[in-house]
Structure formats: C-alpha cells, structure tokens
Design a protein around this ligand. Structure first.
Ligand SMILES: [Zn+2]
Length: 183
C-alpha cells in the first residue's frame, strides 16, 4: 500500500492495483480535495465518478418510488392485490440492487484515487449501508404482507367467496427470483 511519501510532489497519485507499477507521469489535474492525476488517470477518475453518480441517482430514484408507493398502499383494504404489493417490492428490490452497485463503485473509486481515509466518504458509505438495510426491511415486510394476502385469499376461496387472486397473477413468481433481503 503506497503512502503519501511514495509519491513525488508532482507525480500522478493513482493507487496502482496489484498488476500495475506506480504511475510516474506528471500530474496535470487535481489538487485541493481532488487527487493529483496524469491525463490518463484523470480520464479514468472522471469515468468512474460518472458511473457511481449514475448508480447513486438510480438508487435515489427507486428509493423515492418505493417510499411513495408504500405510502399509497392501504394494507387494511380488502381490495389490496398482490400486484400492488409486488410493485412496491420491485422498486425496493431495484433500489437495493442500485445501492449495491453504488457501494461497490464508490469503494473502488476511493481506493483507486485516495491514499488517506476521507471522513466524508466514510460517512456517506455508512449512510448507503443504512439505506440498504432500511430497504431490505421494507422488502421483508412486503414479503410478509404477500404471505398474509395469499393466506386470506385461500381462506376466502375455501369459504366459497371466489377463486384465489393468485391464480390469475403469474407475475408473482418473480418474488422468488428477486432475493431482495439477502445480506
Ligand atoms: Zn497516472
């Protein structure tokens, strides 16, 4: 692991991975809170930054969608369907998937371009992990809600109150494919 003293004052400070040697090109970008980088690694820095910001936007957008749908879900309504519950579940699941990508990309970005631990970065990563936990909890509750619905519908069908709604909802099999609340 290189330290600050590994680098000359005006040399590119990208952190080489195990297949690379130290970059000896002159740093022409960065300074202040940005890493000092040569043109090649500056390009990589910009590309990776855009990638994690894109994942971040997706995560925020799915999180907002999931919260909005969840607020509109009347859990006590006899008209509540599995499809309505599934729609919220799917938004939560996609949020978790985007958060996983963002966490991975931000972590790799930080290790690649920064030698010292950055407090702002650490705080944001903790926030992302917490947000992922919260979304996982929402997905878990939605699965439980679905089980409740299924069992209610079965009892109604047995009591002669009509066929179980699940029979006409093939999309529900997706629940089994979207393992949202795994760690
Ligand atoms: Zn470089």
């Amino acid at each position: 692991m290189p330290t600050s003293s590994t680098y000359g004052t005006n040399t590119c400070q990208v952190v080489p991975d195990k297949h690379e040697s130290l970059c000896t090109r002159q740093a022409m970008y960065g300074g202040g809170d940005k890493p000092r980088l040569c043109p090649v690694h500056q390009e990589e820095y910009v590309r990776r930054t855009i990638a994690y910001k894109d994942s971040s936007e997706q995560a925020i957008s799915f999180s907002e969608k999931a919260s909005w749908l969840l607020n509109g879900l009347d859990r006590t309504s006899p008209l509540l369907t599995q499809d309505q519950v599934y729609e919220v579940f799917r938004a939560a699941h996609r949020c978790i998937a985007a958060l996983d990508v963002e966490i991975r990309e931000r972590g790799a970005h930080e290790r690649r371009f920064f030698i010292q631990v950055n407090e702002g970065h650490e705080l944001w990563m903790r926030h992302l992990v917490e947000e992922r936990r919260r979304m996982g909890e929402i997905a878990r509750l939605l699965r439980l809600l679905r089980i409740e619905l299924l069992s209610e519908q079965r009892s109604q069908a047995l009591a002669g109150m009509g066929p179980p709604k699940s029979v006409v909802q093939p999309s529900i099999s997706d629940w089994d494919n979207e393992d949202a609340d795994s760690p």
